[in-house]
Design a protein around this ligand. Sequence first.
Ligand SMILES: Nc1nc2c(c(=O)[nH]1)N[C@H]1C(S)=C(S)[C@@H](COP(=O)(O)O)O[C@H]1N2
Ligand SMILES: [Mo]
Length: 260
Amino acid sequence: MLNRKSELIASKLDVENILKDARKELKAPARRLFGKRILSLGGLMMLSGCNISDDKSVNTVLRTMSRFNDEAQAFLFDPNKLAPTYPESMITRPFPFNAFYDIDEVPVVDAATYKLTVGGLAKGKSVWTLEELRALPQESQVTRHICIEGWSAIGKWGGVRFADFLKRSGADITARYVAFHCADNYSTSIDMPTALHAQTLLTLTYDGQVLPPKYGFPMKLRMPTKLGYKNPKHIVAITVTNEYPGGYWENQGYNWFGGA
Ligand SMILES: Nc1nc2c(c(=O)[nH]1)N[C@H]1C(S)=C(S)[C@@H](COP(=O)(O)O)O[C@H]1N2
Ligand SMILES: [Mo]
């Protein structure tokens, strides 16, 4: 499987570290599909159709792994399986703040002039005010938020079921992606099955109060089935699309599916 030349070159690279990175990319769902055998240098090269002969091809391999991992996670995602919920007594207080900037740089969004736009493959209501969103049926859930930086916390969010919102916006629910653009220029995107999941909420409240600025005023898309970075705060624009939208962290190498 490894020819002599690439064997020689691979031996010059830090093989153990490459495999460690690859293992990180190939998280549980993909491992379940393929077993552990794939996690050899030869297996990596087969999966990616790429000789690991320099840093550039190592990066290509890792990107391939991550995309493969997206496919495996999407394949194994069960749209009817609910993430755990918790009693209110288990809410983490204070709930942590996190963003790609410090808390004193949280964007100030003006409630009176705020508008949420829905674009792309959607032909229903395309501009929403906060009042209109508050007038839709609301529900709440106590779930665990897991951040890739190594912390998790339980919180209570309330808002509109995202599937309901998409329906009212006339979204084409056969499209592949829903993309989010935020007031702080953050962005992320999700797969349609997750967008339609019963616990995916367009949240307007935190712990029974209007969502405070640090937690994403005026809204955070809350998905207990996805890692923290997939949960956008301060959303201003939603796009339904078949073209891969990427995202702020995803474009820097975070796994796109980001299942929790
Ligand atoms: N607009 C925006 N949304 C964002 C982020 C961000 O920097 N900007 N960070 C993400 C990350 S990495 C995490 S862990 C959560 C943190 O949400 P919290 O401050 O409510 O705990 O927001 C996510 N959504
Ligand atoms: Mo995060």
